[in-house]
Design a protein around this ligand. Sequence first.
Ligand SMILES: Nc1ncnc2c1ncn2[C@@H]1O[C@H](COP(=O)(O)OP(=O)(O)OP(=O)(O)O)[C@@H](O)[C@H]1O
Length: 462
Amino acid sequence: MQFGFIENSIVLDEDERILYVHKSCLVLPTIVNSCCSLKELKPDLLLPLKYLLRVDTVDSQAVVLHFLSPSTKKCSHCTVFSLNDAIEFRESLMEKGYTGAHGFKRFLVLINPFGGQGKAKQIWQQSASPVFQTAHLDCQVIFTEYRNHARSIVRNIDLNTLDAILSVGGDGLFHECLNGLGDRKDSDSAFETPLCMIPGGTGNAFSYNATQQTHPALVALEIVKGVKKSFDLMSFDQNGSRSYSFLSANYGIIADSDVGTDNLRFMGENRAFLGFFLRLLQKPSWNCKVEMEVVSSDRNEIRKNYLQHLQRTSVNRDGGFADNIIKLPLYNEENISRVNLDINDLSVFYAGLLPYVAADMRVFPACHVDDGLIDIAVVRANPFRKSLLSIFTCVESGEHFYSKYLSYYKVRSFRFTPINTGHHHFFVLDGEEYPFEPFECRAAPSLGTTLASQAGFKLLSL
Ligand SMILES: Nc1ncnc2c1ncn2[C@@H]1O[C@H](COP(=O)(O)OP(=O)(O)OP(=O)(O)O)[C@@H](O)[C@H]1O
């Protein structure tokens, strides 16, 4: 598609994804470089429309393009002139740059100033906020002042005054916001308010699962250009009160290495690794009882169904299957069996809803975001070090799924009872410490809502 009055000077490629502008029709922001003249430096523009944020018309033949620079991850702009019709160009580009996007305007932004060892505020101001501002979206920003402040704001706010909630922090702040929605009297409809994460914490599993990006500006772009997507939650009942989890429930060496290392906080994300190796040397014991409603514990079947789902979703992206085929159940849920485990040699009990618990830990490789099931991985302590080391060396790729030391279950619900062995152990939900007491979890299919691109929550082969 041509837009310039000089042939081939301003062109959109056949797929209408990349804009080419010849340098003779461009004014770039001033680049100060004492060695070369601006003319020598000036390149043509090749802009994937995915990065376009806004177009302002200057006159009938010129516009200013505002975009996120794919290389610097900063917001930038340039003027394009010699256009046939600036208004038509603007409308065409905005339509193609935002195809299918949510169109939401009002965001409530909750920032944990202590998240990511105090970097969350800077991450918002320097990387994410410019993307929202450039896209002309309204952001009402609140810095949390204490633990559970975000939860109380989300519990009490009038949801009619906003379109989506942005949590700027780690998985802990996101867990708070989610539970703020869950605490509400109108929780069923409240969960339809999209909840999104800008990675500003130490653990940012949700944003990584949703976008496969780690840079906050790229995550912000995915949200600005996103569509509404649902994701599974699990309800968590303990001592008569209900919480919701979006990521994981775990007990054993990983839980202890994560929250049992508060004294090593100064080490940042390395503290969990040190905690893990210390426990590997100490070899404490973990005991528990688990009662599960199991849909499958056959890894061949789980793998086959996962690959079938992967194929359906990838074909659908190319316009193949309809959505109702993708949502067809993969398991025959009439074959649910009750499985009771009495474990007195546990290393890891890990229940999860999303594939990644961190960008380099694909702990639940057979999870998909809305299969309506909880994945559970169990590792026994016999042999203790050998099993854990062999599993942890391949957890990044998800290859541990095939390990002989691991049991893997797809379940609808489970009841967990930790047993006191005299050691100080922890129970962790979404990275947050919860009481060391029995609880019950039940899958809440597609209850959560977020904004992510069409390619969000990408599945990899297994
Ligand atoms: N203003 C605040 N003061 C103290 N704690 C807060 C505040 N805001 C949020 N929190 C709590 O801090 C914890 C950690 O938050 P978050 O997940 O955002 O950051 P993080 O850097 O990933 O965390 P972690 O320290 O667990 O690695 C959460 O339990 C959250 O509820």
